[in-house]
Design a binder for this molecule. Structure first.
Ligand code: TYD
Ligand code: MG
Length: 468
């Protein structure tokens, strides 16, 4: 019998090699190469069937291409519509990724229920739970619709047959790691299976015009092929994130062929499923204790939406060893950078202080405009001087201690004004060219020293001050 060809595939990034290697040259991860048979998928299975394979297409002038109004299905969940760029595009393949247990199945079952309630046929395929378990979950979420069909199946070919029989508008595959194609020899969840199954769903979506959502677990160890390797294959990638112990969940688009990325949807996990958070700022600021040292509020842009969040800091003397720098919700390198700028430009002695910085509410922020609020929060805790509870602080901090311009300042100020804040500290360079809403004071600052002056009242250098 002819020997079957094998190859080694990295389960983290999909790097292929003829021989085994301890360290993957693609992603530098250790012990991730697994032997797989070289399956030779037919052209059809490899997917990517576009109209061009059926009718040879000719290049045409862009002005001659007809404008068809893009049709979208409403999901009846506003936060999800926003992240998708205005609804579900027929024939699109959307990957929903996230840690196990974060709420992917809950969200998709809820969406399915909503869409089915409004008359579209939805097929929910679960490879992880039996139909009874799915039914239990649906009862919890109060889903009662005859148009929602449930199937517990993992064979891609059988799934395709069911789709053909039922012709649903929307299909959910929960999850891509559990489904398999018979002609691919490796186990479900391996790189080859995940890739080939996704290609098969891509073909089904494109040829039948059905929108397909696929769920993919991301695991830190990468024991199961992560959905990262699928990102380039699908139309949109949504990541569902949040801390398991917090009730907030954030749905983020990291790729979207039909809309803008960086849009977020905010949900709260409740007893009866996920609930949309309409006014995130109000909720994030709800538990703020006013007048406490080490707290500053920032208006951060999350996609097209402004979110007001509190940044908290605690600076305390290091008892022994190296000072600790801990950050939750912010990149901790940024904290080190800001503390270095405070030392050098303001003369604040921080090298023998532990620093704990936290974004309240479990949100993750990575916009440059939050720098100044972090700076003020650190200084406020260090000097044990509270900031004004009615201040919002916006600005990017440069290495020379200058405050740099931020985007969409008007929108941020409007949001602050709406929530009853009295004063907004912004970069001086952002002053002018837009209208300040009534009832709010806007103050421009050029350097960190100026910002410290207006928020904490001047000289903040030297040694820490503690309450007796
Ligand atoms: P799930 O959707 O199963 O996560 P995933 O599919 O991403 O693995 O979510 C499971 C978690 O959500 C579980 O910890 C229980 C919680 N949950 C609620 O709090 N309320 C609910 O109504 C449901 C259905 C789940
Ligand atoms: Mg699940």
């Amino acid at each position: 019998m002819a020997k079957r060809k094998t190859k080694y595939v990295c389960q983290e990034c999909g790097y292929e090699s003829m021989k085994w290697m301890g360290k993957c040259p693609g992603c530098q991860s250790w012990n991730s190469m697994v032997e797989e048979f070289e399956a030779k998928p037919s052209k059809k299975e490899r997917g990517f069937v576009t109209s061009s394979t059926t009718t040879p297409s000719k290049p045409q002038p862009i002005t001659k291409i007809e404008n068809t109004k893009e049709q979208r299905y409403d999901t009846y969940i506003k936060e999800l519509n926003r992240v998708l760029g205005g609804g579900i595009v027929p024939g699109s393949l959307v990957l929903v990724g996230g840690d196990p247990g974060i709420g992917k199945s809950t969200l998709l079952l809820q969406v399915s229920g909503e869409i089915a309630k409004h008359g579209q046929r939805v097929l929910y395929i679960s490879g992880e739970e039996s139909i009874k378990q799915t039914k239990l979950r649906a009862d919890r979420l109060h889903i009662t619709s005859d148009e929602l069909y449930v199937l517990a199946e993992t064979d891609v070919e059988l799934i395709e047959r069911s789709i053909e029989e039922m012709s649903p508008t929307i299909v959910i595959i929960d999850s891509i790691q559990t489904v398999y194609l018979d002609n691919v020899t490796s186990a479900p969840g391996s790189v080859a299976q995940v890739r080939e199954s996704t290609a098969a769903f891509m073909r089904i979506a494109k040829t039948k015009g059905i929108a397909i959502f696929i769920v993919g677990h991301v695991t830190k160890q990468g024991a199961i092929a992560g959905p990262r390797l699928l990102e380039h294959m699908v139309d949109s990638v949504l990541y569902f994130e949040g801390e398991r112990h917090h009730t907030f969940r954030i749905l983020r688009a990291v790729k979207n062929r039909f809309g803008s990325t960086n849009e977020i949807g905010i949900f709260e996990m409740k007893e009866v499923g996920l609930e949309e958070v309409v006014n995130p700022s109000e909720i994030f600021l709800e538990e703020r204790s006013e007048g406490a040292a080490g707290s500053a509020v920032v208006a951060s842009m999350e996609g097209t939406r402004t979110v007001l969040v509190e940044i908290q800091s605690l600076i305390s003397p290091t008892s022994f060893g190296n000072p600790r720098r801990m950050a939750t919700g912010i990149d901790h390198n940024r904290i080190s950078l800001i503390m270095a700028v405070l030392e050098k430009r303001v003369g604040m002695l921080l090298q023998n202080q532990d620093a704990y910085i936290k974004v309240a509410g479990g949100v993750k922020l990575d916009e440059p405009s939050i720098d100044l609020a972090i700076t003020i929060a650190i200084a406020s805790s260090f000097r044990n001087t509270p900031t004004s509870p009615t201040d919002v602080i916006i600005g990017e901090v440069g290495l020379t201690g200058e405050i740099r311009r931020v985007s969409r300042v008007e929108q941020r100020v409007i949001e602050a004004s709406k929530l009853g804040f009295k004063r907004v500290i912004i970069p001086e360079k952002n002053i002018g060219g837009w209208t300040v809403p009534k009832g709010i004071e806007v103050l421009g600052v050029n350097t960190i020293n100026e910002a410290l002056e207006v928020t904490l009242g001047g000289i903040t250098s030297g040694s820490p001050r503690f309450e007796l």
